[in-house]
Design a protein around this ligand. Structure first.
Ligand SMILES: Nc1ncnc2c1ncn2[C@@H]1O[C@H](COP(=O)(O)OP(=O)(O)OP(=O)(O)O)[C@@H](O)[C@H]1O
Ligand SMILES: Nc1nc2c(ncn2[C@@H]2O[C@H](COP(=O)(O)O)[C@@H](O)[C@H]2O)c(=O)[nH]1
Length: 395
């Protein structure tokens, strides 16, 4: 049976402080830290205590037990998601009432930050579906530069064309989230590459099993993004691109996947119709349906807090350049943490130094300075709750 993997997409910004540069800022308002690097950590949230222990079972690296303090009963929850790499020592700290941050020691540098989701919307939904206590692992992704990108816009506006250009120019940086759909393949579409073409009943079954991050009825068919589709892109160390409709974008916004949301607009409705017809992939009836839906999607593009960027696809080259600009790909910009992330072989040895409402500060315990890696890492907690991104309107 398919086991559900959680998305490695709960991302947060990390500021890297190098020794010998700015003196580190210590926060007077830091909470007293109860976290220790050890085999077992326990975290209190409301009436529950979450006990996080190194497991004897080699299949699950860390085991979770929950103590209900009112009834003094223990529950072993259903644990969803790809588990952290087995390790000998970890530290845990409460981020907020929804998530516990786990810092693993002695694992690859790109694999040491994990969240145990205990009461996120995703976990609440899964509790309802399964009728049991549920917790879910999600992996911390370092920096906004690795956040998945959600691209929406009316049918025929050029989303697929823009994505294809991006993937062609940056094949090792981006990976496409292959959606499932119940629509029939077009002439040149390949199963598993453009879509996973599937039967409605099979897809509905998998949706009910919680295997989908989002799904929507679009132009008379069912479309959806499986958790595995996003997970398999991040497993390749690539930034995931999702081409989904506005309903799907809304669902992703409400999920625990931190992403950048871009809406692509046509220069005019007439031009949209022209492109849709010129593509020649739909019947007249389907074109009419897609144009009708396009009006509704365009109306929703301004929904408060939904899209971070609106891109107008007038001239293709100009629009593509704007897309690259807003993804900081135009100026040789290299993410400040890339040196840290690329070195998957380096071993993490960070402990939790301080926590405020807005950040958690980690300190390296080894002398990483000579190796050129970070001595202090600041985890920006504001981006854990949706990340306020600047709203740009590109022409
Ligand atoms: N800027 C542009 N100027 C003119 N034609 C364009 C432009 N961008 C894309 N096109 C053309 O418009 C048609 C629709 O583009 P595309 O298939 O990429 O749209 P889409 O938004 O992915 O549609 P759908 O949501 O239906 O998959 C294609 O034939 C493409 O070559
Ligand atoms: N909500 C979702 N929408 C999706 C997904 N995959 C594609 N789409 C959107 O569907 C329309 C039509 O696509 P087409 O390939 O039939 O032309 C388009 O707007 C896509 O963005 C998905 O997984 N979820």
């Amino acid at each position: 049976m398919f086991t559900m993997d959680r998305i490695q997409g709960v991302s947060f910004l990390i500021t890297v402080h190098f020794m010998g540069e700015e003196a580190p800022v210590f926060h007077v308002e830091s909470v007293a830290l109860e976290s220790r690097d050890c085999l077992q950590n326990s975290i209190d949230i409301g009436d529950k205590t979450y006990v996080i222990s190194i497991s004897d079972d080699p299949k699950s690296s860390i085991s979770i037990k929950i103590l209900d303090k009112l009834t003094q009963t223990w529950v072993v929850p259903t644990v969803l998601g790809a588990h952290p790499t087995p390790t000998k020592s970890h530290a845990a700290i409460l981020v907020n009432s929804e998530k516990i941050l786990i810092i693993e020691k002695g694992v690859a540098l790109n694999d040491f930050i994990w969240f145990l989701e205990v009461d996120t919307p995703f976990v609440k939904q899964q509790c309802k579906i399964k009728g049991t206590e549920v917790v879910a692992w999600s992996k911390g992704v370092i920096s906004e530069g690795h956040m998945p990108i959600v691209i929406s816009g009316p049918s025929g506006v050029g989303k697929g064309t823009l994505i294809a250009k991006l993937m062609k120019e940056f094949p090792s940086k981006f990976g496409f989230s292959v959606s499932h759909t119940t629509r029939s393949p077009r002439e040149k579409e390949i199963d598993g590459i453009h879509y996973h073409f599937t039967e409605r009943s099979k897809m509905e079954q998998e949706i009910s099993e919680g295997k989908f991050l989002e799904f929507a009825h679009v132009h008379g068919n069912l479309y959806g993004t499986s958790i595995e589709a996003v997970e398999s892109v991040s497993d390749q160390g690539k930034r995931c691109i999702l081409d989904i409709d506005v309903q799907g974008a809304r669902s992703v916004r409400a999920s625990s996947l931190e992403a950048i949301f871009i809406f692509v607009c046509p220069p005019s409705f007439e031009e949209l119709e022209k492109r849709l017809r010129a593509r020649g992939t739909e019947t007249e009836e389907q074109i009419q349906k897609r144009l009708k839906n396009a009006r509704a999607e365009l109306d929703q593009s301004n929904s408060l807090g939904l899209f971070d960027h609106l891109l107008i696809n007038g001239g293709l080259e100009a629009c593509y350049e704007n897309l690259k600009k807003l993804l900081s790909l135009d100026d040789g910009h290299e993410d400040s943490n890339d040196s840290l992330i690329k070195d998957g072989k380096a071993i993490a040895c960070y402990s939790i130094l301080s926590k405020t409402n807005s950040e958690i500060l980690l300190q390296s315990e080894t002398n990483e300075v000579e190796k050129g890696t970070a001595n202090l890492l600041s985890l920006d907690l504001s981006s854990l709750s949706g990340g306020v991104l600047t709203r740009t309107f590109d022409q």
